[in-house]
Design a protein around this ligand. Structure first.
Ligand SMILES: Nc1ncnc2c1ncn2[C@@H]1O[C@H](COP(=O)(O)OP(=O)(O)OP(=O)(O)O)[C@@H](O)[C@H]1O
Ligand SMILES: [Mg+2]
Length: 357
């Protein structure tokens, strides 16, 4: 018969399910998190996205047990962790400011969590080798953290969080300090580590692209509350509010009450029409109509500004009282417009969305 210890060990190998039940965290006068209810499925990669001060880090701190809720409960694999201190919560943590132990080599940094769990030296060495290899740092085990680049340090930090096989991985702005190329490489690394190890992961970021590319599901937070939860595509394509539409990319909102929008869907009360910049086609005002013009609405607009941005051109245009952004992929033979040019904008009626104001 398996002992309680074996059972506990078995359980720790299963990616956990996390549940917040009506959790509030108040600091003095500030409600950092308000009445948060949320379930993270086993093995899911969930990202919390939101502006500075919206409560993202607080959610992770509550889960890690670094701070206690003022109200509500948190459950991991169905059990309340209210009475479980942070060092017994068995979570791998990577915080942006969570430095490696500076006086230990890379190897020792990775060995440390294993030693804390009482793993034998031979086993430890073997596992450290495997992880160093996995994150392409096999030759750097003897270096001190200060002798590594930022990206290498992040890879060590990720490895250290994963090495003891915790059921939950918490990442707070893990790539915040990296430049764009390195960030993309590390995103690939995180994605493949997640695929390989299947840990239930909660990642905090205010980088919307990172949230969209890494996650199974995204939560958008605003002032301590969840504004909307959904898949990356669901949120980007169907934002419920102006806030989410603007936070996840650029959004053109039809705010001019005199403009009559044509859409396939009926407009619910209290909403504004919205269309993404890449859904709008831009052509010379005199260009022939598109073959599917019957499904489109079109307006004549004036170009205020054109910004060249590598793979695309971004046009700032206006018509009536509306000022819009239109993104056009750069292609050969394409007409380029400048300040003052008259253009025709048109879009499919099915691409218009309605968002709460
Ligand atoms: N220890 C604390 N004492 C008092 N107020 C705090 C404390 N920690 C956080 N807060 C406040 O709680 C709110 C949420 O903070 P939190 O750190 O969770 O934000 P965040 O979404 O992670 O922001 P950022 O993107 O800037 O990291 C903020 O208004 C912050 O000032
Ligand atoms: Mg934070």
């Amino acid at each position: 018969m398996p002992s309680a210890k074996d059972e506990a060990k078995e359980e720790s190998l299963v990616p956990a399910q996390i549940e917040f039940r009506g959790v509030t965290k108040i600091y003095g006068q500030v409600a950092a998190v308000r009445d948060l209810s949320l379930t993270v499925r086993r093995g899911e990669f969930m990202t919390i996205l939101g502006p500075s001060g919206s409560g993202k880090t607080t959610v992770l701190m509550l889960l890690a047990g670094f701070v206690a809720p003022s109200n509500g409960d948190i459950l991991i694999s169905g059990k309340s962790v209210a009475a479980v201190p942070s060092y017994r919560r068995d979570q791998g943590v990577v915080f942006q400011s969570y430095a490696l132990f500076p006086h230990m080599t890379v190897r020792r940094n990775l060995e440390f969590p294993l030693e804390m769990r009482g793993m034998k030296a031979v086993e430890r060495a073997e596992r450290v080798d495997r992880f160093l290899d996995r994150v392409h740092l096999a030759d750097l085990g003897g270096r001190m953290p200060s002798q590594l680049s930022g990206g290498q340090q992040q890879r060590v930090a990720l490895s250290r969080a994963l090495i003891a096989d915790p059921p939950v991985l918490l990442l707070d702005e893990p790539l915040g300090a990296l430049d764009r190329n390195l960030r993309e490489q590390m995103q690939d690394e995180i994605r493949s580590l997640h695929k390989e190890f299947g840990k239930t992961t909660i990642c905090v970021t205010h980088d919307q692209e990172e949230a969209l590319t890494l996650s199974d599901r995204v939560i958008v937070m605003r002032a301590g509350r969840i504004e909307q939860t959904g898949t990356p595509e669901g949120l980007y394509d169907r934002p419920a509010t102006c806030f989410v539409a603007n936070f996840l990319g650029e959004a053109n909102i039809f705010e001019d009450p005199a403009f009559k929008i044509e859409a396939d869907e009926a407009q619910p009360s209290g909403t504004l029409a919205m269309i993404r910049p890449e859904r709008i086609c831009l052509a010379a005002a005199t260009a022939p109509e598109r073959p599917d013009a019957a499904h489109r609405q079109s307006v004549t607009a004036t170009v205020n500004k054109m910004i060249y941005a590598g793979p695309l051109r971004k046009y700032h245009v206006s018509f009536g009282k509306s000022a819009f952004i239109v993104r056009q992929h750069v292609g050969s033979g394409q007409e380029i417009f400048e300040h003052g040019d008259k253009v025709r904008l048109d879009w499919l009626r099915s691409d218009v969305r309605f968002v709460m104001a």
